[in-house]
Design a protein around this ligand. Structure first.
Ligand SMILES: C[S@@+](CC[C@H](N)C(=O)[O-])C[C@H]1O[C@@H](n2cnc3c(N)ncnc32)[C@H](O)[C@@H]1O
Length: 226
């Protein structure tokens, strides 16, 4: 079972997300475990300060290293563990990285806020800096949900039938997971009529019952998400 630890100053952001849908089922089935750590619990002053002014001047505040260091130290350590710091300057998160992360026992996510995090966190505490895309968000909480959702989907049993994962996983020649296979899908009705005289039809081959031809059609239209 993989354990996700999230270090954040906004623990409540995660409340509904982890209480809904397949993620909640995966937690209940003990396929994944999620622990949320309020960074303010690791401060030592009365005001629970987690940020300070940047050295060298400039706008905004920077998250301090001490509470983050203490938060990480407080988390019980599992064998195959990685500490991930979210930053738009990090390595771009991809399906391929998700496959690698899904083999771990524990991932600690550090969710930045304000103008970012003291660089010594990246240098001394994090194993990896990740970005979920080339844009600047207000915090690392959404990235944590994105990464957890993508990684959790790869854990056998989370998506229901285990064969689903096998069918949708693209492999390299050496049989390593390299990407997720996606293709267009349709469901009933076979013909949808939004107004008189207009018909939006499902491709005929999908209604044919001919498994081989359906597979060929899907292969032709598929995209491998790497
Ligand atoms: C306003 S941003 C500050 C960015 C900071 N100047 C830096 O270079 O890391 C606040 C926080 O949001 C998170 N964040 C913003 N954009 C992100 C992205 N594209 N991917 C991952 N995390 C992001 C990071 O945790 C970051 O510390």
């Amino acid at each position: 079972m993989i354990r996700f630890d999230i270090i954040t100053i906004f623990p409540k952001i995660f409340d509904s997300y982890f209480k809904e849908s397949l993620i909640n089922k995966a937690i209940k089935k003990k396929l994944i475990k999620v622990e949320i750590h309020n960074l303010r619990d690791f401060t030592s002053d009365r005001r629970k300060t987690v940020d300070d002014r940047p050295f060298g001047g400039g706008f905004g505040m920077v998250m301090k290293i001490e509470p983050i260091y203490k938060a990480i130290k407080s988390i019980p350590k599992r064998k195959k563990r990685k500490v991930i710091l979210f930053t738009p300057r990090g390595k771009k998160f991809t399906q391929k990285i998700a496959y690698q992360l899904s083999k771990l026992n524990q991932i600690i996510f550090i969710c930045g806020r304000y103008e970012g995090v003291d660089e010594r966190v990246a240098k001394y505490l994090a194993d990896m800096e990740l970005s979920i895309g080339d844009y600047d968000l207000m915090g690392g909480e959404l990235p944590a949900m994105v990464v957890i959702e993508v990684v959790a989907r790869l854990i056998p049993g989370v998506l229901g039938k285990k064969e689903f994962l096998r069918e949708r996983t693209a492999l390299t020649k050496g049989k390593k997971e390299k990407g997720f296979i996606e293709y267009p899908q349709y469901t009933r009705p076979a013909v949808f009529s939004p107004k008189k005289g207009v018909e939006w039809k499902v491709p005929k081959v999908l209604l044919s019952g001919d498994h081989k031809r359906i597979q060929e059609w899907r292969k032709k239209h598929q995209k491998i998400i790497e």
